[in-house]
Design a protein around this ligand. Structure first.
Ligand code: NAP
Length: 485
């Protein structure tokens, strides 16, 4: 039986954040909720990104919720392993009965009179709820650059997050890959093994560090049988992430050290001065995400791989032109060009008090109190909203903090017999000023092009402080931050 569309709480999205939220509600004895998921399966980004080599470059013990203790099979879990773990979590916590798959939310509007949200679903149905929690993530809608002539291209093309589900052979093909972000550096080494040629278009060279080696057999046995050892490993990884973060918070000596470590690795990995020059980043370390890969540079040394240190600007029937007008033949074009990280909840339309849309409230830029609440949108929360992405630690740690906070807010709402919580504008403004002030001192705003900042160079996506500081600041739900009705 599908869950009733009139529930106390609706969660939108069944990725890691949405599932963790559902688990938290169930654990607090609240079964009056449902999860709307637009796709036919759970998993979010780990369901969508099935490109060859898809994995998490954050080590598995850190890329886990603290209450979850999966027996990871490797130091860096692959996409199938992470997706299997999310499915196992869904089973273990008995979340299936609360799921409505294939049901997207198109529009939600708040009724002041009823103090409830009214949801319009992609199935043509409607639903109402007292509380709505959006857990749709930041990296959902693919970004496809406008490259002229793309309609003339006679080969096949796709985005890294829409890898063809049919069995596709890349053997003997000439492949152009546009982009050198986290997705590209995972998929290129895999496809280069079978392709005739791979031409990689790199607009900006990434900073790269090698991954730690795979676990030895004794390590694997230790983690499997003495679970506290994986907790110790997690703590060490977390601290390492915070040290990297210190480098991004403009600790000049530390960021210089991180950059030097990357350069030393580059020098060891790439003997050719010409190729090394192409691979040398020309911006402050941390401004874009540092990439962790032990096979990216070795792949660039392969005879069938060419790194074009230039933008892809035009396509014709049989290839790609770079910005210097040079033509590179290709029968397949793979766009590893990232996501519309600042569109957040779009295309969903959210209408709050007085008919104001979230899009209007977010003009000229998206912002939210600790990334999770917006004044004028009562009883509406977000997981992984603006300014909650990280440069060097685990986003799941942030999501876990948000989930606990939101569950406490909901419990408070029910226990206090108030019907709505509406963020106070003064709290929103002072938080916004804090974000702007802190962001000035981070490498995120040091001047490169990245999905973390908008066209004005404002930090929209990242948390501009230490990860522990987010948990410390958000640890206690304060009802005084809200207007209560
Ligand atoms: P991305 O980091 O935004 O990279 C997009 C790439 O496309 C950039 O290198 C960009 O160049 C390039 N590009 C765009 N248009 C181009 C053009 N016309 N010609 C040449 N290059 C062009 O996207 P992503 O790799 O999909 O990663 C997005 C985020 O997903 C990551 O930051 C990370 O948070 C997450 N992710 C994580 C993992 C993991 O292992 N944890 C793996 C994959 C993705 P510029 O740099 O010059 O803009």
């Amino acid at each position: 039986m599908p869950p009733s569309p009139t529930v106390r709480t609706v969660i939108i999205g069944a990725g890691a954040g949405g599932l963790a939220m559902a688990r938290e509600l169930r654990r607090s004895g609240d079964d009056d909720f449902c999860i709307f998921e637009r796709s036919d399966a759970i998993g979010g980004v780990w369901r969508d990104n099935t490109y060859p080599g898809a994995a998490c470059d954050v080590p598995s013990h850190l890329y886990s919720f603290s209450w979850d203790t999966p027996r990871w099979r490797q130091r860096y879990a692959t996409q199938p392993e992470i997706l299997a773990n999310l499915n196992a979590l869904c089973n273990r916590e008995g979340l299936e009965p609360f799921l409505r798959l294939g049901t997207g939310v198109e529009r939600l509007s708040y009724s002041e009179a009823l103090q409830r949200w009214h949801l319009e679903l992609t199935t043509g149905e409607t639903a109402t709820a007292q509380v709505v929690i959006s857990a749709v993530g930041q990296l959902r809608e693919p970004f496809l650059p406008r490259i002229c002539g793309s309609e003339l291209f006679e080969g096949e093309s796709w985005h890294s997050s829409s890898w063809p589900t049919r069995k596709i052979s890349l053997e003997g093909r000439d492949i152009a890959v546009i982009g050198t972000g986290a997705s590209a550096i995972q998929l290129v080494p895999e496809i280069a093994r079978e392709a005739h040629s791979v031409t990689v278009f790199q607009r900006t060279a990434p900073y790269v560090l090698p991954k730690a080696p795979p676990w030895s057999q004794p390590q694997q046995l230790l983690f499997d049988h003495l679970s506290f050892t994986s907790k110790v490993d997690r703590l060490l990884l977390f601290l390492r992430g915070e040290v990297l973060t210190a480098g991004y918070l403009r600790s000049h000596s530390l960021s210089k050290r991180i950059a030097l470590t990357c350069r030393t690795y580059l020098e060891q990995a790439i003997p050719s001065p010409e190729l090394r020059a192409k691979c040398t980043p020309n911006y402050e370390v941390g401004c874009k995400r540092i990439l962790f890969s032990s096979n990216w540079y070795p792949t660039l040394l392969r005879p069938n791989v060419t790194l074009v240190a230039n933008e892809a600007v035009r396509l014709d029937a049989d290839g790609v032109f770079d910005a210097d007008g040079q033509h590179h033949p290709a029968t397949v074009v793979i766009y590893a060009t990232g996501f519309q990280g600042q569109s957040f909840l779009q295309p969903m339309e959210v209408i709050g008090q007085n008919g104001q849309t979230l899009r209007e409230a977010w003009s000229p830029y998206p912002k939210a109190y600790f990334g999770l609440a917006v004044a004028g949108f009562p009883n509406f929360f977000m997981i992984y909203g603006p300014n909650t992405n990280l440069g060097a630690n685990s986003v799941l740690y942030m999501e876990e903090t948000q989930v606990r906070y939101i569950a406490t807010a909901i419990r408070y709402l029910h226990a206090s017999h108030f019907s709505s919580l509406n963020l106070r504008r003064d709290r929103e403004r002072s938080f916004e000023r804090w974000i702007a002030r802190r962001s000035k001192f981070t490498s995120y705003t040091s001047g490169c092009r990245s999905w973390y900042v908008d066209t004005q160079g404002r930090n929209i996506n990242n948390w501009p402080s230490f990860t522990w500081n987010y948990r410390r600041k958000l640890g206690q739900f304060q009802s005084s931050d809200y207007e209560l009705r």
